[in-house]
Design a protein around this ligand. Sequence first.
Ligand SMILES: Cc1ncc(COP(=O)(O)O)c(C=O)c1O
Length: 449
Amino acid sequence: MRTSKALNITRKYADPDSRAARLTRQARAVMPGGNSRTTVYMAPYPPYAAEGHGCWIVDADGDRRLDLLNNYTALIHGHAHPAVTATASARLARGSSFAMPTPEEVELATLLVERLPAVEQIRFTNSGSEAVMMAIKAARGFTGRHKIAKFEGAYHGSYDYAEVSLSSTPGTWGSLAEPSSVAYSRGTPPAVLDDVIALPFNHPELAARRIVQHAGELAAVIVDPVPNRVGLMPADREFLERLRAVTAAHGILLIFDEVISFRVGYHGAQGYFGIQPDLTTLGKIIGGGFPVGAVGGRAEVMRVFDPTSGPPPVPHGGTFNANPVTMAAGLAAMRLMDRAAFERLAEFGAKLRDGIAACFKDAGVAGSVTGVGSLLKVHPGNRALSDYRSSRQDAAEAARLDRIVRFLLDHGVFLSTTGLGCLSTPMGDAEIEGFLEVFATALEAERRA
Ligand SMILES: Cc1ncc(COP(=O)(O)O)c(C=O)c1O
């Protein structure tokens, strides 16, 4: 095992004269907090990315780190994969967007419909947030009802309805049986809170009872089967089965948000769990590194978007929807992700999660790891995790996770400040072993602290 002396030190960005510091000063003059994306901020300021190759990122100060975040799980082949880059560049050279559909859109739609058991028809957006927004609108248009139900703590993008109870706290979350609908952004209209019912994740009886209570008003129940912000604990299969049964019994649509969880396997989380939702939202990996989202599902429901017989019940525009560069890159990326590629990533994922758990045990530091397939999340505590409430960190735990993640950042590894990580196909045994050595050293530092 390497000692900390042998570790790469990657903290040039932290120098007050670093390029990152200078860029931050410039950025703050023209952008609030110097930031366009809340999740990439870190105090006092983040390193800036210069380039990425495979599973490595070089920052603007020249430091190189193993990228275990992959743009929050979007980059399943890491950075600048030659096949994806060549395909996207070739498409770009022939025009990047048109007020016409393109052949690439049809090909990517066909691939996704073939792979996802519950998707008969699909259409594209530019982000997962838009995909969720359109799924909710489709459910409302199809059912004629306007309320939705979502799970406490679950993230479904930047849309008022999808954000309800995303970060509720012990002071605001109410009872487990009837979680309060809590605003995430200041200024959320009270009507939004009235129209979103919060549910407890992984509690089949409680969730089903609450769904039945509101059945006549609910257009949809949206669930992420492996919800990152809830703690990245995979849903219990019985829980999903119960949701499927109770929604079907009451004419409520079940939406699977697979923006992240499509990573779980060739047939997505719906294939992994063997459950067929009515609608599915996608994003991230299906765009080959370009902005993307998609909403798909049963043809009968998707018909709300169909413009062939006059204005559709749910019109859906978008200047860059299904733009051919994203579609071409997505096709190249997804074609590379055959069954064997998903299986290989899942094997490495299990190895990495086992390794992380062993590091915590060996170091005698409280911590655990959740995830499935190529996804993982490091938790700074030892208790059993099952839902949002059990995975919410106290101040001491949050501080411990922050120290661990910063140690990694300063020693050649990039992981989310929330502990989220994922694999990319360029990674192999060497990267996993290298990561575990740095992780073990981080925990050793933590134990001594
Ligand atoms: C489960 C889930 N749904 C939706 C979204 C929103 O996707 P986007 O960031 O592309 O808008 C995310 C983003 O992280 C997500 O994790």
